[in-house]
Design a protein around this ligand. Sequence first.
Ligand code: KDG
Ligand code: MG
Length: 403
Amino acid sequence: MKIKSAKVIICSPGRNYVTLKIETEEGVYGLGDATLNGREKAVASYLEDHLIPCIIGRDPFDTEDIWQYLYKGAYWRGGAVTMAAIGAIDTALWDIKGKALGVPVYKLLGGKSRHKMMAYTHAQGKNIEETLQKIEEIVNRGYKAVRVQSGIPGMENIYGISKTDDNYEPAGTGLKPDEEVWSTEKYLNYVPKLFAAVREKFGDDLHLLHDAHHRLTPIEAARLGKSLEPYHLFWLEDTVPAELQEGFKTIRQHTTIPLSVGEIFNTISQCTDLITNQWIDYIRMTITHGGGITPMMKIAHLAEIYHVKTGCHGPSDLSPVNLAACLHFGTAINNFGIQEYMGFPNEVSNVFSTDYKFSDGFFTISESPGLGVDFDEEKAKEYPYKQAYLPINRLEDGTLYSW
Ligand code: KDG
Ligand code: MG
């Protein structure tokens, strides 16, 4: 087979998505998600100006060599923009391979290791009472696992709590990011009260997750982990900024809370120490930002040896193409942990169609060839790109901080 052409389409059905469509001379096409929230056009340019010209004429079955060519061939390896672009190409090529062979992608990755995959979604409220109500609604929808975030007294806006009623992350529209104010002390004092109330109301069986969104130092993370131990969380996510992998050693020495990290990682080198030292329990890298299915399989296999499971990032700011790829990956590997599923804005289903199934808190994969997703280019034109940014964060004294 031969790659004939490829195009990048940015659309905004509720929020921005960057979709790659690769076409072959044989008429089979494949889809990849190249979305990088707030930096969409940079990935589109990287694809259009630098990568697509290199893959025309290549055999789409050569996923390993094409991946190595794009990764090593750039000389400037890694980075979120580069890896989202490579990830979209790799995903689209696996989609083509599946369609050309008439099999779902998971069958090419090792076949079926499980028949369903547990998913978690987000419960967020302005205060504990509202958060408890949201959890109840989610439990009534069949979920067995819920990520719990609440507004904190004394902080106006906080990560995970939408300013509107939407259940997806705020990406402020406009030319500059919004600014928020953060106090670690207020947060650390409040979160244990939140989880005490959740366990009191919902008992022991519901899986509870929490995301600290990179806002703590290792010793603060250790304090949070210890204070949440009585509520036996499924995981505590993104405690510290993970540029310093060794930071997790300190956290581990102090608490038995399961730790997850990795949604912003894009290469295996960013998690090698975390995995091989067993400083984490779940690796959160996802197919798009992790550079595609090809490298993610290698990461999963490395993680398996060290008792680390997967927990792919699945926010509404990645498209259903990424989610479908995560589900094929999650079906095939042995060490699947959980899949994040924030849901999508309603308009998304006008542009993307999917055939994975979600019921009673679990995903099941479809048997259609390739990834089992499609993209309506004409409909996409009805939702033009809107510039939007994630917020930035400052401490109460004005110091710039991690968001
Ligand atoms: O674009 C950023 C979001 O994807 C991120 O803030 C969501 O942390 C997140 C999560 O765990 O889903
Ligand atoms: Mg997160």
